[in-house]
Structures are given as structure tokens and as C-alpha cells.
Design a protein around this ligand. Sequence first.
Ligand code: HEC
Ligand code: HEC
Length: 223
Amino acid sequence: MKKNWLALSLALAFASTSSWLHAEGNSDSGKEKSAACLSCHGEHGNSMVSTFPKLAQQHSSYLVKQLREFKRGTRKDPMMSAMAIGLSDEDMDDIAAYYSEQKISLNTLPVLNGDDEDDSKPAAAGDEAVNALITQGSDLYRNGDLAREVSACIACHGPLGEGNKPAAFPSLKSQHADYLIKALSDFKSGTRSNNPDNMMHMIAKKMTLEEIKAVAYRISMMK
Ligand code: HEC
Ligand code: HEC
């Protein structure tokens, strides 16, 4: 199973190379052009709001793909569609080059929301509960769930959550947990449908909300 996924991801990597080959942009111009993005995505692409994704250290291939899709309307978000509509292909290449060269900031251990917590347990159990979720998420990330056909994330997103630039598989490490939970929930419901061959939908639809949270917490702590 694992081997199959690896073979598939390699095949996909190869197949996608041509479609997402784009000129590497100019990161100096990209820095200037990214002024419009600062209010939401933060200094150097490290956003301070947990539902606004960090863009720092993300693969330029993936960033360009997303920007084109926001502009075309195949990925929908009211804020981002408005932003992307004004960008030319060159702007996208430049901005993507700039963010890909920035370093992503690390996260602190997530704090469980009220609805996660079991009221019967004392508050001091908070960190323990988070660590138990992270352990569960770690197992899912590496091994998937064979019985329920949830593929291991590691096959495409890499052992360190680093993604795959030629294939435009996003880097996930140190992303905000809240954004990861939203992204996985959007893939699950089909609200976000711009993923090639529907692969993220096929995976997320088999995951429970608890599994989504567990794997998101794990990924948010990857360095
Ligand atoms: C008003 C706030 C706002 C501004 C300004 C903004 N963004 Fe965004 N951006 C968002 C939000 C919110 C999302 C997440 C959308 C979702 O949940 O799918 C996002 C997502 C993205 C993504 C997808 C990231 C991923 O991991 O998939 C990219 C790329 C992006 N923005 C680039 C930009 C660029 C480049 C600019 C400036 C030209 C910009 N954004 C300006 C709010 C903003
Ligand atoms: C077969 C390859 C493959 C596997 C396996 C896979 N992913 Fe993905 N994932 C992708 C691709 C491709 C995208 C980008 C989709 C797009 O272009 O919008 C993606 C996107 C994502 C995103 C959105 C990132 C962002 O910045 O918006 C998250 C979160 C994610 N995957 C989590 C996971 C998790 C968790 C698992 C394991 C349970 C997993 N993926 C397994 C290929 C894969």
C-alpha cells in the first residue's frame, strides 16, 4: 500500500512537472509587490492570524498554482479572489519567488478549544490531551489508516512535511493548525475542489473531525 502511494506520487510528480513549470520570478520585485498581502499574511509571509495561511517557505510552484486558481475562480475565497484578480502572471511568479525564500515561523503547542475538552477532566490535563492527539496525528501522517483507506500523508507531503516542489505538493510543516483544519474540512466537504484528481477530497472524506484535528496539530508542530 505504502509502496503504491509512493509510486503514484512519483508518477504524479513526473506528470505534473510540465503543467506547473513556470519561470522563477524575481524575488526583489516580489518583495515590493507583496506589500498588498502584508495585512493578512504578515511580515515575510508569517501571518499572525491562525486562519490566514503562512506563505513563508512555501514552494513557488504551489503558490503560483493557487494564485492562478483564485484568479480563475476554481479555488474560491472572497478575500483571495479579489486580491488575485489584479495580479499578472509575472506578479504571481515574483511574489511566489519572494515567499518561497522566506523562513517559516514555528508554532507554540496548540491549546484545545472548549469543545475539544472533556469537562470531567481537570484543566491541567490540557497539554496531555494535546500530546495524545499529536501522537495519534503522527501515526496517521506516517502510516495512514489501511483499513479505512486513508493514505499516509508522508507519501506526498514528505517525512518532514516539506512537500514536493516539482509536483506542486505543498509544504505543510509549521502551518497554523486552524488553517490546516479548515483546509482539510474544505477538501472533505468539497468546498475546495482544485486538487488534482480530487486526491485530497478522496483522503479527507474518509477522515473524522478528530483525525483531522490530530493530524493538523501534528503538522503544525513539524519543524
Ligand atoms: C484580506 C486578507 C488577505 C489579503 C490582503 C491577502 N490574502 Fe491571501 N489568503 C487569505 C485567506 C483568508 C486565505 C485562505 C483561504 C482559504 O481558506 O481557502 C488566503 C490564502 C492564500 C493563498 C493560498 C495558501 C495555501 O496554503 O494554499 C495564497 C497563495 C495567498 N493567499 C496569496 C496572497 C497574496 C500573494 C496576496 C497579496 C497579493 C494575498 N494573499 C493577500 C487572505 C488574504
Ligand atoms: C497522493 C498525494 C497526497 C497525499 C497522500 C496527501 N496529500 Fe495533501 N495534498 C496533495 C496535493 C496535490 C495538494 C495540493 C492541492 C492543490 O493543488 O490545491 C495537497 C494539499 C493539502 C493541504 C492544503 C495545504 C494548503 O496550504 O492549503 C493539506 C492541509 C493537506 N494536503 C494535508 C494532507 C494530509 C493531512 C494528508 C494525509 C492524511 C495528505 N494531505 C495526503 C497531495 C496529497
